[in-house]
Design a protein. Structure first.
Length: 497
């Protein structure tokens, strides 16, 4: 059994603090029938743990009647800081985890199928983490024996370094050890000391060897290194100073205590000035989700709600920078990175715009004669929403009210009235809005200008993956609303005309 098995298959019994469960096993089948946040291995453990658990189970946040502070205090909400003299805890930060669920970017079953090339190529521009790579590789058919070449460029060194260490971990550790190490390096603010020790024992010497070799070849600005294992090959090419920064990252955090790391992170995740934005997000979530959200905001450890955090005592060197700051905004949430119903290129005008996006990527698209299924996948997140107006909101609200509670008042700032307006986007006529967007941005000229056309039916991902659909069950609507999605998220697959 791996020394990391306890992190891959943790003891789920929540009775692990004052009167610890004697059965240190991942088998625990007795869930709290009220909240379903915790499970126990026996009725005895559940009874012993009740004095501690009742604080969560009876928490005001979990009540149907809970309302945000601005509602109960009868005041205007403040969702964004407008006073430039006040420090903004989110300034200069971005989510490393992205905001859309991971995709299988090949989806061979619906595309090349049995005719798949022996060498597949994928380009991810302006990428964040490696979730799309993980999903794509994991979904390759067992019968596929070719090569899959994936190229990424990074948006910041922090994200880049994390991606490198995650891939190195997958390459150099056995799967049963790599999986828990990768999960917590990826998502947890604190990690077990044993994980950092393992990284420094296995990966740090590899990086130090490269740094020593690179130092001997000073004229070279870039330095490439190749690792081989069985039939696999891992090639990494970095600037020489980036190799040094990678070495420093693995040596971090030194004397940086976990309590200090937690305090720094909470200054962002639980900022007083952002309480209304936090409450707006919580109000859209199923009631017991709220407790899980708050627990993750407080401790930043990706574990089941009732699992022990005792061994997570070391700041994650991938997430805390050399300046010992927390790099992400308070809205960053691992749940947005994966399809929570089971578990890109951003071309909007405020980034690149569709013209520049296509112009930059067309030279990289395989000719139709080589691969008739070749395509460019483009994601629109905010631009479609900007095409909307208040003209149809009353009609849209009428359609969405069946999923939402009845407001207490007709006041504009009533939390449930606000929730109705916000959630109406899930049922509005987005096809009409997208047609308006296409007309505004000259999509009709793209076939002649670039030789590309929009696929009528997407083959990799649905056009509108974050919409509940007609007559959706309440549970599906709750999950999508609670995820922070708007329903305006639109994928377009461009192929040769």
């Amino acid at each position: 059994m791996s020394s990391f098995d306890k992190f891959l298959n943790p003891a789920f019994c929540a009775n692990n603090i004052n009167s610890p469960c004697p059965n240190k096993t991942s088998k625990a089948n007795n869930a709290c029938s009220r909240c379903y946040l915790v499970v126990y291995c026996s009725r005895e453990c559940q009874k012993e743990h009740w004095p501690a658990h009742k604080e969560d189970c009876n928490n005001a946040l979990a009540k149907d009647t809970w309302k945000p502070d601005w509602h109960t205090e009868d005041r205007d909400p403040n969702f964004s800081q407008t006073d430039p003299s006040e420090p903004n805890s989110n300034t200069g930060k971005m989510s490393w985890w992205g905001g859309m669920p991971a995709l299988d970017l090949l989806k061979l079953d619906g595309n090349e199928g049995q005719d798949a090339s022996s060498k597949m190529r994928i380009l991810l521009t302006s990428s964040h983490d490696i979730r799309n790579i993980v999903e794509t590789v994991a979904r390759l058919p067992d019968t596929y024996s070719g090569q899959c070449e994936i190229t990424m460029n990074g948006v910041s060194f922090g994200v880049f370094a994390q991606n490198i260490v995650l891939v190195l971990t997958a390459f150099h550790f056995p799967p049963e050890e790599a999986a828990p190490i990768m999960i917590h390096l990826w998502y947890s603010a604190l990690i077990p000391a044993s994980v950092l020790t393992a990284l420094q024992a296995k990966l740090l010497p590899l990086i130090e060897k490269v740094c020593a070799e690179a130092a001997l070849k000073r004229p070279k600005r870039f330095f490439k290194w190749i690792w081989k294992k069985n039939k696999s090959l891992l090639q990494l090419e970095l600037l020489r100073d980036e190799w040094e920064r990678l070495r420093y990252t693995l040596r971090f955090p030194g004397r940086f205590p976990a309590s200090e790391a937690t305090r720094i992170r909470q200054e962002v995740m639980l900022a007083d000035k952002r309480i209304d934005a936090l409450h707006r997000a919580l109000h859209a979530q199923p009631r017991y989700w709220r407790l899980s959200t708050m627990k993750f905001r407080r401790d930043g450890i990706l574990l089941p709600f009732g699992c022990s955090r005792k061994e997570f005592d070391t700041p994650n060197p991938m997430l805390f920078s050399a300046s010992r700051s927390w790099p992400m905004p308070d809205s960053a949430d691992p749940r947005t990175s994966w399809d929570i119903r089971e578990t890109y290129i951003n071309a909007e005008k405020d980034v690149l715009g569709i013209d520049i996006t296509l112009a930059l990527n067309i030279p990289l698209l395989k000719p139709k004669i080589e691969n008739p299924k070749a395509m460019i996948l483009v994601l629109f997140v905010c631009d479609i929403e900007e095409m909307s107006s208040f003209d149809t909101m009353d009609q849209d609200i009428t359609r969405v009210v069946k999923y939402l509670p009845e407001p207490e008042t007709t006041d504009y700032n009533d939390a449930d009235q606000m929730r109705r307006r916000r959630s109406s986007s899930f049922v509005c006529n987005v096809s009409k809005l997208f047609d308006l967007y296409k007309k505004t941005h000259g999509f009709d000229k793209i076939p002649e200008k670039y030789g590309l056309k929009m696929r009528g039916n997407n083959t990799v991902v649905a056009h509108w993956p974050m919409r509940p659909g007609k007559n959706a069950p309440q549970e599906v609507f709750d999950i999508l609303e609670g995820s922070g999605a708007t329903g305006f998220e639109r994928y377009v697959e461009w192929e040769w005309a």
